[in-house]
Design a protein around this ligand. Structure first.
Ligand SMILES: [Zn+2]
Length: 466
């Protein structure tokens, strides 16, 4: 019988993801024979064993990577800590296979990483993610979309692992690569996404193939990851980020962006811009009866709505067919609510917990039925700030945003006057609105709002996270 590994139930866990240089391609040497009891790894069969290179099992060529030297450096001066490493890198994998549902040969890199991380989390706390990838995207075309894909990847990991501020560290690819498209892009990450860092590959050398770090350089890279990780962990534990009961930092202004009516601009323009800024949002969807087939193109179809969900956005219920709920019987109200619940179920979208009243019209009957149907939040209008614990969660006030002089001024004033105790909820229709120009927000004004939120370090959350 194999010797059983004593597993601490309070390990510091780190997820190792990316491609071959994270998996390790350095030649195994005698250093690997020393086993440290306080560094474990989750093996191929999800068992905890003492960490030893090759930690990865992606290819027979797996060798020395940055994982163990990273863990050793993290343990310096910490005698009582045990580190659990979760190796999940796949040699050769481009960033596009690192998303939910994406397949790479016979594996699903992202989904498997999430599943293994969740197994690991039964034995400790996930402290951070180490990412080393980019060689497979290191060309003129792929590098252009790399930053956006990386932001999506981080948002997905943080969401699926239920850790909104999880430290994420990317590494530069070796400077010995013959092309250099990726490193300048990767280095933009800390500017774009909070709690991220990039480690340099300066001075590191290859195995002779202009692609893989040699053993000594892989170990040096691991130490650099540790240095960056210690710094991020220190930053995130500062008292300035005091958490309230929802886990959100309290002393930052909180804003909720909501988008109504499933207009096509939400899919085409709004979602990519939100991703660029790393902001969360809630899309309140409904179906409108269409008079001609052309009109259909002006709304998102359910496959597009499903994609917004996969990108990490909240899908909320705006009723089946946008009827005035205060004019319906309780049975009809229920039908209208359940119509969207059923559609979400059909498309693998979680049952919504947030609702937006069509035309912002509601009464106590619709509130009661929403509550009975499992809804936690319901948005109305009113152009007022929302006060948590004061206003009802089933009548959350919001400001409608429209590109007219009067409404632009009102929106900017609300943003500027926001304090830490209140929440500003903004309601948008089309950006721009091709169906109803009276409700249109221009892309320029939308960008101005996003820029304001970024510069003022506002917390931009989905309604479900209130
Ligand atoms: Zn509406």
């Amino acid at each position: 019988m194999a010797q059983e590994t004593k597993v601490d139930t309070n390990m510091d866990l780190y997820l190792l993801v990316g491609q071959s240089n994270m998996a390790g391609r350095g030649k195994i040497d005698s250093n690997e024979l020393k086993v440290q009891q306080n560094i474990l790894m989750l093996d191929k069969n999800n068992n905890w064993v003492p960490a030893q290179d090759p930690m990865h099992f992606d290819k027979p060529s797996a060798g020395v990577g940055p994982g163990i030297s990273f863990a050793q450096a993290m343990l310096e001066g910490k005698k009582k800590t045990t580190i659990g490493l979760i190796p999940c890198a796949w040699g050769g994998s481009p960033i596009k296979v690192w998303q939910p549902g994406a397949k790479y040969f016979n594996n699903f890199p992202y989904d498997e990483a999430i599943a293994r991380a969740k197994v690991a989390m039964q034995k400790g706390q996930l402290k951070g993610i180490l990412w080393h990838q980019g060689e497979s995207d290191n060309d003129a075309g792929r590098s252009k979309v790399y930053l956006q894909k990386l932001q999506e990847l981080i948002a997905n990991f943080r969401k699926d692992l239920n850790a909104p501020n999880l430290p994420f560290i990317a590494g530069e690819i070796g400077r010995f690569n013959k092309e250099n498209f990726i490193n300048p892009i990767v280095n933009q990450l800390p500017e774009e996404v909070a709690n991220t860092a990039v480690v340099s590959s300066e001075g590191l050398t290859d195995r002779g193939d202009h692609l893989h770090f040699n053993t000594a350089s892989a170990r040096e890279l691991g130490k650099r990851y540790a240095e960056a990780m210690k710094k991020l962990l220190k930053d995130t534990s500062k008292p300035t980020s005091s958490k309230n009961k929802t886990g959100l930092s309290k002393n930052r202004k909180k804003v909720v962006l909501t988008f109504d009516d499933a207009e096509i601009s939400h899919y085409n323009d709004v979602a990519p811009l939100l991703k660029k800024y790393g902001f969360d949002a809630t899309f309140f969807v409904c179906e409108f009866p269409t008079r001609n087939p052309d009109e259909k193109k002006e709304y998102m179809n359910w496959a597009q709505i499903q994609e917004l969900h996969k990108k990490g956005f909240e899908i909320g219920n705006h009723s089946g067919h946008h009827k005035n709920l205060t004019k319906l019987t309780p049975e009809k109200i229920k039908e209208e609510i359940e119509y969207i619940d059923a559609k979400c179920k059909e498309f693998g979208i979680p049952k919504p917990v947030s609702f937006a009243y069509p035309g912002n019209r509601y009464d106590t009957i619709s509130q009661r039925i929403l509550k009975e149907s499992g809804y936690q939040f319901a948005r109305a209008g009113g152009a007022k700030l929302y006060e948590e614990g004061v206003d009802s969660k089933l009548a959350i006030p919001s400001f409608t945003v429209i590109s007219s002089e009067k409404y632009e001024k009102r929106t900017l004033e609300a943003l500027k006057n926001l304090n830490d105790e209140q929440v500003l909820v903004l309601t948008f229709h089309g950006v721009p609105d091709i169906l109803d120009p009276d409700y249109s927000t221009s892309v320029d004004f939308f960008k101005e709002i996003l820029q304001f939120l970024k510069e003022n370090k506002c917390q931009v959350v989905a309604m479900k996270d209130l």
